[in-house]
Each structure stands twice: as structure tokens, then as C-alpha cells.
Design a protein around this ligand. Structure first.
Ligand SMILES: Cc1ncc(COP(=O)(O)O)c(C=O)c1O
Length: 441
């Protein structure tokens, strides 16, 4: 495969070195595993499971390299990647712009800490605030969860310090997903993430309303001292659900009337994915705070929390993270920013999104008994399957067997989030595989 990703190569060589080192440790379990199977791929997955905690349900696929929208596994099989590291690798794999940017930066200086000024961080913040209506200042971190954690801390401080609230809460929508830290998991209004007896919820931090239900939002707002409404303009993990104009506008009005902050979580739908730079641009409702991550670094970890001047209440020492906005991560994000500015990345997402959505809708008509709904915007699309098909995970496995990588979003929704550089013929190829899967399902 051309354009082999050097980072992937590096990881492979680390993995190979680890595998070579393993026999020297010769722990009994590894000896037992080696005897249990003759298939090296299975053996290496079993060895992996022997030492890595099982916090993820993994498909039995080992990806070793990628190029553009294609990935290759350890058996040489290629896949069309419509997952993009879960809405993250917006430039695809092995993109030369990203490779050049991080290669140059690591040769100069890759990490110094926020004890010092970092030119790339300033340049990225300038790009973000220039391209985000109403928002003036950026804080950088490493992930979506951390960006939301920062937004929650900022909102609570704003509520207490600027508005004198005594018992401030964050209001979030049922079906939302905001991350896995203790605060963001509490904000995530889906009990399946809250642990046994809800033991991972920080009590009193968050209260909830029904997504797209104005009466429910108003009732929750009335009942609590609201520091902020934190909401995804398009719910991703919750099943690809588009927030309506009226609902998001109502959230804006409630915040305006009370002084609460409106926080948009654009971790999944931001950075061009919906065919606009930000998902909320489709509804023209301006937030006070915006969080993003995933596509921001094209797969290199970086997150950001942007806020309006009126919400800019953090003082030195209030919030920090060692790696946040380091020169390397910002170099990657600046390469993504250049692709947005100069290479029509967002326009391609809009065009290919329209093509994919039209194809999915045609499929929805043809297989009406098997598909209950097609929804989403741009290249964040969901296909809701009829429950008789046995669930999204089974369907995703069937597609992977045919060479198309997809990802579930909830029990019955199959999500399409390819790299934003996806080509028209790749969208057609994905639709062809999907049709085979549907015909057989
Ligand atoms: C909308 C949204 N917010 C936050 C997160 C958490 O991001 P991360 O996994 O980078 O912490 C996700 C992850 O899927 C997300 O989709």
C-alpha cells in the first residue's frame, strides 16, 4: 500500500519488539496460550488480552497500516474505513500533510509544557476563534472528555462567582455522551455508563431533559439552579440524532434569560464532519462555550474548549493539563486547519455526505422492512435497523467480513463517519457492500 504511515510502522515495530521480548519473560499463561492455538493472529490477540484490561469489546481484526480511506489488517486484507477512528481521522490515514507537519515539529521541539509560550498553540487558538462565531478564547487538552470536563468546571465557576448560585447543576440530554471522566460520565445521561448502582456518578452534578423536547427542557430548567446547558447539536453515540432548530434556539433563550451558559459539545460533530465547520452552524444558534476534539488533530490527540469573553473566568491555576496544546499536537491540528482552509475539506464532507445520504435513503426505500430511519448531517449519518435484524453490532461484523468498517451508535443504529477526504467512488463502493449486507440480513 502506498504512503505507509510512519507512525503505524513505529507502533508495529514496538509491538514486534514486545513480542520478541515476551519469551524471555516466559510467564506460565503465555506458554499455555501459545500451545492453545496454531493461528498466529489468534495467538497474538490472546496474548494481547492476557495483558491488556478488557475495557473494550474488540472486533477480531488487527489493523497494521492505512492509506487514505483504506486500512489493512495483519493478514493483508484491506477494508474501506467508514469509521475513521470513530469520527477522528478526518484526513484519512498516512496523509502527507499530517506526516510532514508532525515530522517537522518533532524535529524542532515536540513538548515543553505550558510553563512557556507555544507559538503553534497561539496559532491554533487564533484559527479556532476566527472561525467560530461568538467565541474568543481557547483552552487546550487531549481528548473530548477532558474538553467537556474543562467546560463543566468553567460553567460551575461562572455560576458561583458571577451569578452567586449556591447549588449549581449542569443540564444535559438523555441519550447524550460527553465522556468517561467522573464529571463527564455524570453529564452523560445514559445509565449504561454509570456503573453498578450508579457508583460512577457524581451526585448532584448533573440533571437531565429529553433531547429535542422543549417542555422537558423548560421543566428541568425551572426545577434547578442551572449553571449550563451542555448539549450535542447532533447526538453521536446516542444514535445520530439531529438537534432541531427550535430546541437549540429555546436552550439559547433560557440561557440568555438566566445568565446560564450554553455549551455545545462538538467533539463528534465538529471540525467539518457535518459539511460545515461546526454542527451548530446548521441551526445558527451561537453557544457561549464549545468543546471539540477527535477530528481536530486528525487522529493525533488534542481537544479544545472555546469560550466567549463573558464566560472566560478561569484564572492561572484553575485548570491545567501537562500535554494540553503541546507543539506536536498543535502542529497536527494546524495541518487539519490548513486542509479546511486550502483544500476544501469541509466542502468535500458536504458533497460526499449528500451522496452517501442519498444512497442510504434509496436503500431505506428498497429495504423498508429492514431499515426504520436514515438520519444525520454531512458525513455523520446513521442507519437505524429494524430490531429483527439482530442489532447494529451483528450488522457491523457482516460489513467488516465484506471489507467495510462501520461502527454502531447504540443498539440498532449503524453509524457512517468516514474520513472527510473520502472519494465519490469509495462512497459508491461502501453503498455496494451495504446493499449486499442488507440483501442478506
Ligand atoms: C459528543 C462526544 N463528547 C465527548 C466524547 C468523549 O471524547 P473522548 O473519548 O475523546 O474523551 C465523545 C466520544 O465519543 C463524544 O462523541
Amino acid at each position: 500500500m502506498p504512503n505507509t504511515n510512519t507512525a503505524v510502522r513505529l507502533l508495529c515495530s514496538i509491538a514486534a519488539a514486545a513480542a520478541l521480548a515476551a519469551p524471555r519473560c516466559a510467564r506460565p499463561t503465555q506458554t499455555k496460550l501459545a500451545a492453545a492455538t496454531a493461528d498466529p493472529a489468534v495467538a497474538s490477540r490472546e496474548a494481547f488480552d492476557d495483558v491488556v484490561q478488557k475495557t473494550y469489546g474488540r472486533y477480531p481484526v488487527t489493523i497494521v497500516r492505512g492509506s487514505g480511506c483504506e486500512l489493512e489488517d495483519d493478514a493483508g486484507r484491506t477494508y474501506l474505513d467508514f469509521v475513521a477512528g470513530i469520527s477522528t481521522c478526518c484526513l484519512g490515514h498516512g496523509d502527507q500533510r499530517l506526516v510532514d507537519a508532525i515530522t517537522k515539529q518533532i524535529q524542532e521541539v515536540h513538548h515543553v509544557s505550558n510553563l512557556y509560550y507555544i507559538p503553534n498553540q497561539g496559532a491554533l487558538a487564533a484559527w479556532l476563534v476566527k472561525n467560530t462565531a461568538g467565541l474568543d478564547k481557547a483552552f487546550f487538552c487531549n481528548s473530548g472528555g477532558e474538553a467537556n470536563e474543562a467546560a463543566i468546571k468553567l460553567s460551575l465557576k461562572h455560576a458561583v462567582q458571577e451569578r452567586g448560585l449556591k447549588d449549581p447543576v449542569i443540564l444535559t440530554a438523555y441519550g447524550s455522551f460527553h465522556g468517561r471522566t467522573m464529571a463527564t460520565i455524570s453529564a452523560t445521561a445514559q445509565p449504561k455508563y454509570h456503573g453498578p448502582e450508579g457508583c460512577w456518578q457524581v451526585k448532584g452534578l448533573a440533571e437531565h431533559f429529553e433531547f429535542n423536547d422543549i417542555a422537558s427542557l423548560e421543566a428541568a430548567f425551572e426545577k434547578h439552579e442551572v449553571a449550563a446547558i451542555l448539549v450535542e447539536p447532533i447526538q453521536g453515540e446516542g444514535g445520530v440524532r439531529v438537534g432541531t432548530q427550535e430546541f437549540l434556539q429555546k436552550a439559547r433563550e433560557l440561557c440568555d434569560a438566566s445568565g446560564a451558559l450554553l455549551v455545545f459539545d462538538e467533539v463528534q460533530c465538529g471540525v467539518g464532519r457535518t459539511g460545515r465547520l461546526w454542527g451548530h452552524e446548521h441551526v445558527n444558534v451561537i453557544p457561549d462555550v464549545l468543546t471539540c476534539a477527535k477530528a481536530l488533530g486528525g487522529g493525533v490527540p488534542i481537544g479544545a474548549m472555546l469560550c466567549a469573553d463573558k464566560a472566560n473566568v478561569f484564572a492561572p491555576g484553575d485548570h491545567a493539563t501537562t500535554y494540553g496544546g503541546n507543539p506536536l499536537a498543535c502542529a497536527a491540528a494546524l495541518a487539519v486547519a490548513r486542509a479546511v482552509d486550502d483544500d476544501g475539506l469541509v466542502a468535500n464532507a458536504a458533497a460526499r455526505g449528500a451522496q452517501l445520504e442519498a444512497g442510504l435513503r434509496a436503500m431505506g426505500d428498497k429495504y423498508a422492512g429492514k431499515i426504520t430511519e436514515v438520519r444525520g448531517r454531512g458525513l455523520l449519518l446513521g442507519l437505524e435497523l429494524s430490531p429483527e435484524l439482530g442489532g447494529a453490532a451483528k450488522f457491523v461484523q457482516a460489513a467488516a467480513d465484506r471489507g467495510l468498517l462501520l461502527v454502531p451508535a447504540g443498539a440498532d443504529v449503524v453509524r457512517f463517519v468516514p474520513p472527510l477526504v473520502v472519494k465519490a467512488e469509495q462512497v459508491d463502493a461502501a453503498l455496494g457492500i451495504l446493499e449486499e449486507c442488507l440483501a442478506e440480513a
